[in-house]
Write a protein that binds this ligand. Structure first.
Ligand code: ATP
Ligand code: MG
Length: 871
C-alpha cells in the first residue's frame, strides 16, 4: 500500500515525465491579492500568468498546493467533520498548461495516471462534461466528450450543468467548461442495486469527485458576454487526501495515514475512542482537520485576530475547541498539545512547521485559553437568559445572535444547550439578525469593476528604486471602479516610479501630468495580480499622449527611511534578544513604522534602551545600500539572507543589505542609513502569544518626540520652581502628600465617630423601630462611613438619609443587623425611594446608597425611605 508521501511523489514524478516543471506550493495565506484571503485552489498562484500579467517560467507546471476553503466562494467549513471527504485545509494536486497543451492531453494523462499508474478500476470511474447553455449561447463540450469516449463507455460520461461544469475565476476574467472525474467506492452488491451514475454529484459519501479538469477557453467581460481566449489554458485539481483514501482502501479520508496519527493523539488525550461513533467521531474529525488549518496559517504568518483573515482562523480554532469541549470533555487547552504529532507527520514535507513549532503552540494555547473563558461566560449568559424567559421557554433570536457574534457560539451550540433545558431558540429572529449583518458586510466591501479599457499591450516596468519622476510614459489601460457609490479610477502605465503597497510598505502618492498640461492627483498605488495600479482622482482626457509621472518626493523619503530602519531594528533585536527573533509583520508609512516579531516576553526597559542605542549606532555608521535585484533564491541564501519560507514559484528576489543586515525585500530604501537621522521607540506591546510589537519614529518625527519629552520635563521643572534635584523634589512631594492624606483621614474618622454618636441619640421611635432621619448637605462618602460605624453598635435601628451634595441628590439606608436578620433588605428598599430623585442604586441588605438627578424629590424620597423601613 502506498503511503501518503509516496502518493504525493508519484503524482509529481508522473507529470515530470510529461515535461512539467514541478514547483513548490505557494503560501496558503495570500498576501498580495485584495480579492482573496487564502489560497483556495491550485490555480491561485498562477492567476497573473493566466491573465497575461506575468510570463510563465515553463508552460507546463505541476505541484501540490496547500488550500483552505473556509471563506468566500469556496466555504466547506460547516461540512467538515460531518462528512468524511471535505476539509478546511487540504492539498490539491494539479497540472497546468499555459497556452500549451489542451483537452486531449489533459484528459488522456489524467486517465493514464489514474488507471495505468495507480491501477484504479475503470469500471468505477465516471466523467462529467459541460452540457451547454442556451442563455450563454454555448453548446455541449462535445470535444471533451469525444476524448472521454476513447476511455469510458458512454454511460459513464455524464452531462453536467453550468453550476458544476463551467468554471469561472470571478465575476470577470478567464473561464471555461470543465470535466470532473468521480469514483464509486461502494460494494458490488450496492452497485448492482443502484448504478453509480445515479449518485454522481449527489453528496454521497462513497461516490465522490476526485479530480477536476478545467479547460479555460473564454474570457468573461464586465457586461457578461464571453469572448474566446487567444491562449487557452489547462488547470486541474485533485484532492490529495481523497486520493489517499482511495489508494489505501479506506472509507474516509480520516482513516488514512494523513490523519491517523492526530486522531490517535486526540484519543489519548480525551480518553474517548474514534470508534464510539456519533458526535465523538465527528468531533475528532473536526479537531484533526482544524488543527492542521490553524497551524499552517500561523506558520504562514497569519495570527488569529479580530479582523479579516485573522478572524477566519480564530473561528476555525473556536469551532475545534467547541467540539472538543462539548463532545470530548476538554475543558483545558488541547489543540496545542497536538502540534508535536502534526509536526512529526507533516514537518518533512512542510519545513515551515517545525521551524515555528514553539510559536504555533504558544499562539494556539493562548487562543484556546481565551476562548474557553468566553465559552464559560457565554454559557452563563445563555443560562441567565433562559431564566428570564422561563415562562415562554424560548431564547430570543437577538440573544442567540449576540452569543454567535460576540461569543463565537454557533447557532447549533446555542440550540443544543437550550434543548438540554427544554428550551427552543427563535431561529427566525436569529436569521433576521444574521441577514442584517451580512448586508452590512456586503455594503462595506461591494466593489463594482468596469472592464479594462486597453490602449496598448506591454509589460510594466517599475523604475521607482532609482528615480521618482519620469517623462514619456504611456497609458496601457484604465478602468472605473465604484465603491459604496463613489467612483475612482485605475490607471496602468508602461513604466512607473510609483511603489505599489506591498510587504507592509504603503503605496506612493503624487501626480501625473499629460503633454496637454492636465495634472491628475494619484491618491494611492496598489498591486493586483502583479499589476501596478494607480488610483487616480479622475481619468485623463487624452489617453494617447505621453505622461510625466511624479512621486511625492518628501513623503517617499520618509517612507524609505522608515523601511530601512525596520531592517536595522530587526538586526539589532536579533543581536540583543537572540536569533529566535523573526519578523512577523510590519507597517511602514511616512509618519511612523510598526514592527512585529517573535519573542516570548515583554522587553525590559534596559533591552529597549540597548536596542534603541544600537539602531542609532547603525544609523550613524552611515552604511550604504547594497542591493542585488533579480537574485534567485539560491543566490540570496548564498549572500547570507535569512532562510525565508513562502516565496512563490518563479520569484526572483531582491537582496537588500546595510552593513550586517541582509534581507530579502522588495521595498524602497534610503541610499545611506545616515539619512534616517534619529530613531526613537514609541511603544512596545504584545500582539499575540509570543509576538511583540514595536512602534517607532525616525528623523523629524523622532525629533518631535524628543522635543515633546523635553517640553514635559521643562514644564515639570517650572512647576517645581526649577529645583536642581527634580526627582528628589517630586519624591518628597509625593511623601508629604501621603502623610497629609493620612492626617486628613484621621480627622475625618474622628468627626465621623462624633457624628455617629450624635445621630444615635437623635433616633425617634416609629412603629417600634429607632429611626434617624438625616437631611444635612454632606459628602456621601462621609455619611457612608458614619453608617458603617453605626452598623457595628446599634440594634433595632434605621438610618434614612436623603441629602444634596455638589448639586446632586443622594440617599443612604442603613438597617441594623437584627433587622436584616428579620428579612429587611436595604438594597431593595432604596430603589423604591430612588424613583423620587430620578435615580437608581443598590447595595447590601444592611447598607445601600443611591444617587439621582432630581434634588427637588429629596423630601419625598426621605419619607418613602422611612415608610418602607418601618413597614
Ligand atoms: P466537491 O463538489 O466535492 O466539494 P469541488 O467541486 O468543490 O468538489 P473543485 O473546486 O473542483 O472541487 O476542486 C478540485 C478537487 O479538490 C476536487 O475534485 C476534490 O478532489 C478536491 N476538493 C475540493 N474541495 C475539497 C475539500 N474541501 N476538502 C478536500 N478536498 C477537496
Ligand atoms: Mg466544493
Amino acid at each position: 500500500m502506498m503511503t501518503a508521501k509516496e502518493i504525493r511523489e508519484s503524482f509529481k514524478s508522473f507529470f515530470e515525465s510529461k515535461e512539467h516543471l514541478i514547483v513548490p506550493s505557494a503560501p496558503m495565506v495570500v498576501k498580495d491579492d485584495p480579492t482573496l484571503m487564502f489560497t483556495n485552489a491550485g490555480m491561485n498562484q498562477f492567476k497573473d500568468i493566466i491573465l497575461g500579467n506575468r510570463a510563465p517560467k515553463s508552460r507546463r507546471v505541476a505541484d501540490s498546493q496547500k488550500c483552505l476553503r473556509v471563506s468566500g466562494k469556496h466555504n466547506d467549513l460547516e461540512e467538515v467533520g460531518h462528512d468524511t471527504y471535505h476539509h478546511t485545509m487540504f492539498e490539491m494536486l494539479g497540472n497546468w498548461s499555459f497556452g500549451d497543451y489542451f483537452k486531449k492531453e489533459a484528459i488522456s494523462w489524467a486517465w493514464e495516471y489514474l488507471v495505468d499508474v495507480l491501477k484504479l478500476d475503470p469500471k468505477n470511474l465516471y466523467a462529467t462534461v459541460f452540457e451547454g447553455s442556451k442563455e450563454e449561447g454555448l453548446e455541449r463540450d462535445n470535444e471533451a466528450a469525444a476524448i472521454w469516449e476513447q476511455f469510458l463507455p458512454k454511460d459513464h460520461i455524464l452531462n453536467g450543468n453550468k453550476h458544476d461544469n463551467f468554471w469561472e475565476m470571478g465575476d470577470t476574467g478567464p473561464c471555461g467548461p470543465c470535466s470532473e472525474i468521480h469514483i464509486d467506492l461502494r460494494s458490488d452488491e450496492e452497485i448492482a442495486r443502484i448504478p453509480g451514475r445515479e449518485l454522481v454529484n449527489m453528496d454521497n459519501d462513497e461516490v465522490i469527485e476526485i479530480w477536476n479538469l478545467v479547460f479555460m477557453q473564454y474570457e468573461r467581460k464586465a457586461d457578461g458576454h464571453l469572448e474566446s481566449l487567444p491562449a487557452k489554458s489547462i488547470d486541474t485539481g485533485m484532492g490529495f487526501e481523497r486520493l489517499c483514501m482511495i489508494l489505501q482502501n479506506k472509507k474516509s479520508n480520516y482513516e488514512t495515514d494523513v490523519f491517523s496519527g492526530i486522531i490517535g493523539q486526540v484519543e489519548n488525550l480525551s480518553g474517548h475512542k474514534y470508534a464510539e461513533g456519533g458526535n465523538v467521531e465527528v468531533a475528532m474529525r473536526v479537531i484533526a482537520d482544524h488543527v492542521r488549518a490553524i497551524a499552517f496559517s500561523i506558520a504562514d504568518g497569519q495570527l488569529p485576530s479580530n479582523v479579516k483573515a485573522g478572524y477566519v482562523i480564530r473561528r476555525i480554532l473556536r469551532r475545534a475547541v467547541r467540539y472538543g469541549y462539548t463532545f470530548l470533555g476538554f475543558t483545558e487547552p488541547f489543540l496545542c498539545r497536538l502540534i508535536p504529532q502534526l509536526v512529526a507527520d507533516m514537518g518533512e514535507a512542510y519545513p515551515e512547521l517545525p521551524a515555528q513549532q514553539k510559536l504555533i503552540s504558544n499562539v494556539i494555547k493562548e487562543e484556546e485559553n481565551a476562548f474557553l473563558r468566553t465559552l464559560d461566560r457565554g454559557i452563563r449568559m445563555l443560562e441567565d437568559n433562559m431564566a428570564k424567559n422561563a415562562d415562554t421557554k424560548v431564547v430570543a433570536g437577538t440573544d442567540a445572535f449576540v452569543l454567535y457574534d460576540t461569543y463565537g457560539f454557533p447557532i447549533d451550540l446555542t440550540q443544543l444547550i437550550a434543548a438540554e433545558k427544554g428550551y427552543t431558540v427563535d431561529l427566525k429572529g436569529f436569521n433576521v439578525e444574521l441577514e442584517k449583518q451580512k448586508e452590512r458586510a456586503r455594503n462595506a466591501t461591494a466593489n463594482e469593476f468596469g472592464d479594462w479599457m486597453v490602449f496598448k499591450e506591454a509589460d510594466v516596468e517599475f523604475v521607482g528604486y532609482d528615480v521618482l519622476r519620469i517623462k514619456g510614459v504611456h497609458l496601457l489601460k484604465q478602468r472605473t471602479v465604484k465603491q459604496k457609490n463613489k467612483e475612482y479610477f485605475q490607471l496602468v502605465f508602461d513604466r512607473t516610479p510609483f511603489y505599489a503597497e506591498m510587504g507592509g510598505q504603503v503605496g506612493d502618492t503624487g501626480f501625473i501630468e499629460g503633454e496637454d498640461g492636465e495634472r491628475i492627483q494619484i491618491l494611492n498605488t496598489v498591486k493586483e495580480n502583479n499589476l501596478t495600479i494607480h488610483l487616480a482622482e479622475r481619468l485623463p482626457s487624452v489617453s494617447s499622449q505621453t505622461f510625466y509621472l511624479v512621486v511625492d518626493n518628501s513623503r517617499r523619503r520618509h517612507i524609505q527611511n522608515n523601511h530601512t530602519c525596520t531592517h536595522l531594528l530587526h538586526q539589532a533585536l536579533r543581536v540583543i534578544l537572540g536569533t529566535h527573533v523573526e519578523q512577523k509583520g510590519s507597517f511602514v508609512g511616512p509618519d511612523y513604522f510598526r514592527f512585529d516579531f517573535s519573542h516570548f516576553q515583554k522587553m525590559t526597559d534596559e533591552e529597549l534602551r540597548a536596542v534603541e542605542t544600537r539602531v542609532n549606532q547603525l544609523i550613524r555608521s552611515d552604511f550604504p545600500l547594497e542591493e542585488k535585484r533579480d537574485a534567485t533564491m539560491e543566490e540570496a541564501r548564498g549572500m547570507g539572507a535569512m532562510a525565508l519560507f513562502g516565496e512563490k514559484y518563479g520569484d526572483v528576489v531582491r537582496v537588500v543589505r546595510f552593513g550586517d543586515s541582509i534581507e530579502l525585500c522588495g521595498g524602497t530604501h534610503t541610499p545611506r542609513t545616515g539619512t534616517i537621522g534619529l530613531f526613537k521607540i514609541v511603544s512596545e506591546s504584545a500582539v499575540a502569544a509570543g509576538v511583540r510589537r514595536i512602534e517607532a519614529v525616525t528623523g523629524g518625527k523622532a525629533m518631535e518626540t524628543v522635543n515633546h519629552m523635553e517640553d514635559l520635563l521643562k514644564g515639570l521643572k517650572n512647576l517645581m520652581n526649577n529645583v536642581p534635584d527634580l526627582q528628589g523634589a517630586i519624591e518628597k512631594l509625593v511623601a508629604e502628600n501621603a502623610d497629609a492624606r493620612k492626617q486628613l483621614e484621621a480627622v475625618a474618622n474622628e468627626k465621623a465617630a462624633a457624628l455617629a454618636e450624635k445621630l444615635e441619640t437623635q433616633a425617634v421611635e416609629v412603629n417600634g423601630i429607632k429611626v434617624v432621619r438625616y437631611d444635612h448637605s454632606s459628602d456621601p462618602a462621609i455619611v457612608r462611613n458614619v453608617a458603617l460605624l453605626l452598623q457595628k453598635k446599634v440594634q433595632n435601628f434605621v438610618l434614612a438619609g436623603a441629602f444634596a451634595w455638589d448639586g446632586k441628590p443622594n440617599l443612604v439606608l442603613l438597617y441594623s443587623n437584627d433587622l436584616v436578620a428579620k428579612g429587611k433588605n436595604a438594597g431593595k428598599d432604596i430603589r423604591e425611594a430612588a424613583k423620587f430623585i430620578q435615580g437608581g442604586g443598590g447595595g447590601q441588605p444592611g447598607l445601600a446608597t443611591a444617587g439621582g438627578r432630581l434634588v427637588e424629590g429629596l423630601t419625598d424620597a426621605l419619607n418613602k425611605l422611612v415608610e418602607v423601613a418601618t413597614a
